[in-house]
Design a protein around this ligand. Structure first.
Ligand SMILES: [Mn+2]
Length: 275
């Protein structure tokens, strides 16, 4: 059964980014539970910060799951990426993510590799960058498996990376690299820009789909843009998707409204979720 999830950012430098709740983890968990969400996804600055939070108590008090952990703080705060031309920076990026994987896995949460994939550059050509990225994904996926969780890899739109834009390309990269413990993250906002058909791309993922970022065409809450959710819901139903729909959207007009609109859309379009 599909489950509902909402994002919380604890990264001040990411302000203006597409996260529903900000700063106050306890208040966000209280709101999320009151609105009927099953889980939260946390964007944190580091594994150290995550480990210092009273996460176990907060999640238990509100009976919420921790669905996923974003690793993009490594990019936002330190400009680290897995496709850097510098071997030292690639290693630092991998170490940063490995620690995030461990911090999330303690709560059963998957780590997400999105902006940490980086981009190719004048210093490193596309094939080499993709080679390094694939190797890192395979190693980090294997590490996540030892912690009992898969790793999530998210293709981004062309304005955010020049490496991998569509789910099929991501799938091919993972297959080439032998990254068997890595699942695909389908972000509907990126897909609306890059995919020929969102529904067909989701269907092709099958059981390799591990997580969905639910957003509308304008990165606002589902239903506030022009995406057609009916074929998307049908596609997820067809592949028996049993993961999360996680609202990764701007807090517009404010956090509470964006969260409530998301829950309305989930209940309207994705029958099994939100009950
Ligand atoms: Mn996303």
């Amino acid at each position: 059964m599909i489950r509902s999830c909402v994002t919380i950012s604890l990264v001040d430098q990411a302000r203006g980014g597409p996260f529903v709740f900000w700063d106050d983890l306890a208040a966000a968990c209280t709101d999320a539970k009151a609105m009927g969400f099953d889980a939260v996804e946390i964007f944190a600055p580091s594994a150290d910060v995550l480990e210092q939070l009273p996460l176990k108590e907060l999640l238990a008090d509100q009976q919420l799951q921790l669905a996923a952990i974003g690793t993009g703080g490594g990019w936002v705060l330190h400009r680290l990426s897995l496709s850097s031309a510098s071997a030292d920076e690639r290693k630092a990026a991998e170490d940063f993510i490995r620690r995030m994987i461990d911090a999330g896995a303690r709560h059963g949460a998957m780590a997400i590799i999105g902006s940490m994939q980086g981009s190719f550059s004048q210093e490193l050509d596309r094939q080499s960058a993709l080679g390094y990225l694939g190797e890192s994904l395979a190693r980090l996926g294997a590490h996540a498996a030892t912690q009992g969780v898969p790793l999530l890899y998210e293709p981004l739109n062309r304005y955010e990376t020049n490496l991998v834009h569509r789910l099929e390309q991501a799938d091919q990269l993972l297959a080439r690299a032998g990254a068997e413990h890595v699942r695909l993250l389908a972000d509907l906002f990126h897909m609306n820009i890059e995919e020929v058909s969102i529904a067909e791309a989701l269907c092709r993922c099958g059981d390799r789909l591990g997580h969905v970022h639910l957003a509308d065409s304008n990165r606002q809450a589902a239903g506030l843009g022009h995406l057609d959710y009916k074929p998307i819901a049908e596609a997820l139903d067809k592949i028996n998707y049993g993961g999360y729909l996680s609202a990764e959207v701007f807090p517009l007009p404010n956090s509470q409204e964006a969260a409530m609109q998301t829950m309305r859309a989930i209940r309207t379009f994705f029958a099994a979720a939100g009950d």
